[in-house]
Each structure stands twice: as C-alpha cells, then as structure tokens.
Design a protein around this ligand. Structure first.
Ligand SMILES: Nc1nc2c(c(=O)[nH]1)N[C@@H](CN(C=O)c1ccc(C(=O)N[C@@H](CCC(=O)O)C(=O)O)cc1)CN2
Ligand code: GAR
Length: 305
C-alpha cells in the first residue's frame, strides 16, 4: 500500500496538509503555501484544535490571521512517557452529552480525576434533567445544561444559547455518550472536528435513525454477526455517518441475549472512550491524506491506529 501523508490535529481547510516537524517540542507546523517555494514555519504557537484559518493568502509574516486569533495559551506541562520529552499541553475542557445512566460519562470523568485524560469535564448536557448521568454530575458539582427544551417545559436552552454557553465554558471537545437527540447543524458547524459520539456497534453496520440502546444489540444478534463492538466517530449533521476514529471488537456468543452482549460491548466502550479522550487531550489525532483520522500511539509516535 502506498504510504500516505499525515497532518496533525487542525480543523483547517488548508489546500495542502500541514506536516508536523517532530524536532520541536512545541506544536510546530510546516505549511507549504499554495504558490510559494518557501516554507513558512510557525514555532511555539499552539493553534486550538477547532481553529480554522483561511488559506487564501499566506502572509509573509511569521503568523497567520485567522478566524480565531492565535493565542499563546496557558499550558500545564505534562511529560510524554518513554520519550522523556516534556511536552507543554493545556488541559482541555470537555462537554459530555448524556440521556441515560451515564456510565461512559463516569468513566471519562474518573479518568480526568486520575490524570489519565488530560482534561476536565466542564459541563454536562442532557435532554433528560433527571437521568442518572445528570444526577451524578450534580453530585460531583459539575454544571448541568438541559438541551433541547423538553416539550411543554420552559427549562432548557435554545440551539443558539447552547453554542453560547459552550463557548463561555471554553469547551474544546464535545463527547456524546448515550445522548439520544440529533445534534443540530448549528452546533456541528460551531465546533468543527471537535464533536464525537460513541455507538455500540461496528459502524457503518447497525447505525442510523432508530439504532440506539438495546435495539442495536438485538439487531446485531438477529443478523448472526459473530463480532460486535463500539465505534467512536466524528459527529456530522446526520446520525452515525461521521468519520470513524476508533473501534473495539468483542465476540458475539451463540447464547448471547441482547442484554449480555450489551454488557460486553459497554465494558469495551468505557476503555475505548477513555483512550480516545486521552488522545484528544494530548493532541494525538492525525489526519491521513485520504481524510481518515488516526490516533498516534503515546508509546510509539511512529505507530498509528
Ligand atoms: N448530528 C448527530 N447527532 C447525533 C449523532 C450523530 O452521529 N450526529 N449520534 C447520536 C447517537 N446515536 C447513535 O450513536 C443515535 C441516537 C439516537 C438515535 C435515534 O434514532 N433517536 C430517535 C429518538 C430517540 C429518543 O428521543 O428517545 C429519533 O431520532 O427518532 C439514533 C442514533 C446522538 N446525536
Ligand atoms: N446510538 C447511541 C447509543 O445507542 N449509545 C449507547 O447508549 C449507551 C449509553 O450508556 P451510558 O449512559 O451508560 O454511557 C451506550 O451503550 C452507548 O453506546
């Protein structure tokens, strides 16, 4: 298979892929302007992942004008294990969306407390204000936002107010974890390449409208599939059609019920979402030339999956 070019972590619309230069402990980007032989180098400047900047004209200046201003952001140093290199990274702010018990939310939250995930859950969003996830968030002192408004209820935010609130919390990444409502286009566009969802099957199989919760596992068993597992994908305007970022695999046993399979998949979900959240917060997402997102290994930077 021919080797592909890789570019790191930006939601840019660059005409060419930026390439990370790993010599520089900071996030150095070598950008090949569309019509210039010289290479512009940005050193020591960290671009927030959902910054996108117009590639229309590459200024001769040392930095880019972009939709969101470039900013030197307070960072908290973490040391990348094995390499021994101290890489400065800002702790990322997470918004988690739930509709039910919230076991994935709890796994992620506990991982932030342990330091496995270099982030903090700044806010929980739910369409069910009394669901298990919301109750747990309140017990932990995490702010809870209701979205969308429940029918015949005054409680809950509009789409516009939700975007404004998430901006006010300086959210870097939105993690859907058992959230059962369609994320509106307005929110998808406000947080490009920054919204993720976990689905309890190997997408693209058994996904889309109507495929949620136990219904997914019933369909998997009825199909005779021998394997199942969670998928974490980017969220776009439709259910379960965004770019796949990570998957886990579990066996489907001959005597499985939907409930026993669901329990096996859920265990794998908890592991997978913590791994992905850790990679997001450590800026280890890499975009292959053909548009497939990959996760760079923490232990071996030359290994991707
Ligand atoms: N814009 C997006 N929004 C959401 C996505 C997504 O990929 N893009 N993922 C879902 C989560 N999900 C599967 O992973 C999912 C959730 C719900 C449904 C569904 O059919 N819902 C029912 C309503 C269910 C209810 O209100 O109890 C429906 O829309 O009729 C399918 C897939 C989260 N949002
Ligand atoms: N299509 C969406 C969907 O079915 N999501 C699924 O809802 C469950 C939520 O569990 P949790 O509330 O305990 O994290 C999880 O199994 C998740 O994959």
């Amino acid at each position: 298979m021919e080797t592909q070019n890789l570019s790191f972590g930006l939601s840019s619309t660059l005409p060419t892929s930026p390439i990370q230069n790993q010599k520089n402990p900071f996030f150095q980007i070598l950008l090949k302007p569309p019509s210039s032989s010289n290479i512009l180098t940005l050193k020591g400047v960290f671009l927030k992942p959902h910054v996108s900047f117009s590639p229309k004209s590459f200024p001769s200046k040392e930095f880019f004008q972009c939709r969101n201003c470039l900013q030197r952001i307070e960072r908290e140093a973490i040391t990348v294990p094995d390499s021994g290199v101290s890489k400065e990274l800002r702790k990322k702010k997470l918004a988690v969306f739930v509709s039910g018990g919230g076991s994935n939310f709890r796994s992620i939250y506990e991982a932030t407390l342990e330091g496995t995930v270099h982030g903090e859950v700044a806010v929980l969003v739910t369409n069910k204000k009394d669901c298990g996830g919301a109750k747990y968030a309140r017990e932990q002192g995490i702010p809870v936002i209701v979205f969308p408004k429940a029918k015949n209820s005054s409680e809950g935010l509009s789409e516009e107010d939700l975007v404004g609130s998430l901006r006010a919390y300086n959210i870097d990444f939105i993690l859907l974890a058992g959230y059962l409502k369609l994320i509106p286009t307005e929110l998808v566009q406000a947080f490009p390449r920054s919204i993720f969802n976990i689905h309890p099957s190997l997408l693209p199989s058994f996904g889309g409208k109507g495929y949620y919760g136990i219904k997914v596992h019933k369909a998997v068993i009825a199909s005779g599939a021998r394997y199942s597992g969670p998928t974490i994908h980017y969220v776009d305007e439709h259910y379960d059609t965004g770019r796949i970022l990570a998957q886990g695999v579990v066996p489907v046993l001959a005597n499985d019920t939907a409930e026993t399979l669901a329990a096996r998949v859920l265990q794998e979900e908890h592991k997978l979402y913590v791994e992905v959240a850790a990679a997001l917060c450590e800026e280890r997402i890499v975009w292959r030339e053909d548009g497939v997102p990959l996760i760079q290994s923490k232990e071996d930077p030359n290994h991707y999956k």
